[in-house]
Each structure stands twice: as C-alpha cells, then as structure tokens.
Design a protein. Structure first.
Length: 65
C-alpha cells in the first residue's frame, strides 16, 4: 500500500499478490468502492489479471466539492 498527497489530490496504490481475476461486472465489493470514490469526485482504476494479483489505483481530490 502506498499513500501520497500530490497537489490537490490524494493518491492511493493498493496491491496484493493473490489470484487476480477480480471483475466489477460480476457484482464484487469493488463496485461499491468505485462508487464511493466517484462520489467524492475521484477515480479508481482496477487491474486484476488472472495469476497476477489485483492493483487499485485511486485518486481523490483533497478539497471536496
């Protein structure tokens, strides 16, 4: 996990070394996380290739609208 404040944004990187293959289209808990980040005006990118673990890249504005 890595957390950085850069300019007006908070950046988070969360990674694991699990099985990968997470898919928001299948109704996983990741869908709820994406919704919450977007509600704050942020963005979340998910990378989860099978056999490669899962990475979440999150950018959230520090000053909320």
């Amino acid at each position: 996990m890595r957390v950085e404040a850069e300019g007006a944004n908070l950046h988070l990187l969360i990674r694991d070394d699990g099985l990968g293959g997470a898919d928001t289209a299948k109704g996983s808990g990741l869908t709820g996380l994406v919704d919450r980040v977007e509600a704050l005006g942020g963005q979340m990118t998910i990378s989860s290739r099978p056999g490669r673990g899962t990475s979440l890249l999150v950018k959230i504005p520090l000053e909320l609208q």
